[in-house]
Design a protein around this ligand. Structure first.
Ligand code: FEO
Length: 162
């Protein structure tokens, strides 16, 4: 059984993961308007991963006989000025999410909830990967130049993500 404090915090994180999914879906749609199909596909896969993150927590709440409460999902912005700016935002967003996961781990320790602590370790590791992926793509964009004509090779590389 989950404590009310943990249940509330986990439900909030479900919402934040769904917001991440929505944000990346919006970015995917923006890349479509730039004719960068590989970037758009990469973002679409990322959006799906974020939904999976939300579902992992959702299923955990249910497994612990908690109650899932779904709230409103904030609308993400719809326009960016360049691919580089999008990925800088992804990197900043993932760092913010890492902070949220760390805060949840601290809360699990404070509440002496070992099962939640254990479940969150998957997210701790995942955030290392999430930040690294975003940072790597930011660097690649800087290297080739943040203008559409220079991004086609990278677009092709990102299109390989399944
Ligand atoms: Fe669910 Fe990208 O962290």
């Amino acid at each position: 059984m989950l404590s009310k404090t943990i249940e509330e915090a986990l439900n909030k994180q479900v919402n934040r993961e769904l917001y991440s999914s929505y944000l990346y879906l919006g970015m995917s749609a923006w890349f479509e308007t730039q004719n960068l199909k590989g970037f758009a596909g990469w973002m679409m896969v990322q959006s799906g991963e974020e939904r999976n993150h939300a579902m992992k927590i959702y299923e955990y709440i249910i497994a612990r006989q908690g109650k899932v409460s779904l709230g409103e999902i904030e609308a993400p912005k719809a326009k960016w000025t360049s691919a580089g700016k999008v990925f800088e935002e992804v990197y900043a967003h993932e760092q913010k999410v890492t902070g949220m996961i760390d805060a949840l781990v601290d809360l699990a320790v404070k509440e002496k909830d070992h099962a939640t602590f254990e479940m969150l370790q998957w997210f701790v590791k995942e955030q290392v990967e999430e930040e690294a992926n975003a940072a790597t793509i930011c660097e690649k964009i800087k290297t080739v130049g943040d203008i559409p004509g220079h991004l086609f090779y990278l677009d092709h590389e990102l299109s390989k993500r399944k």
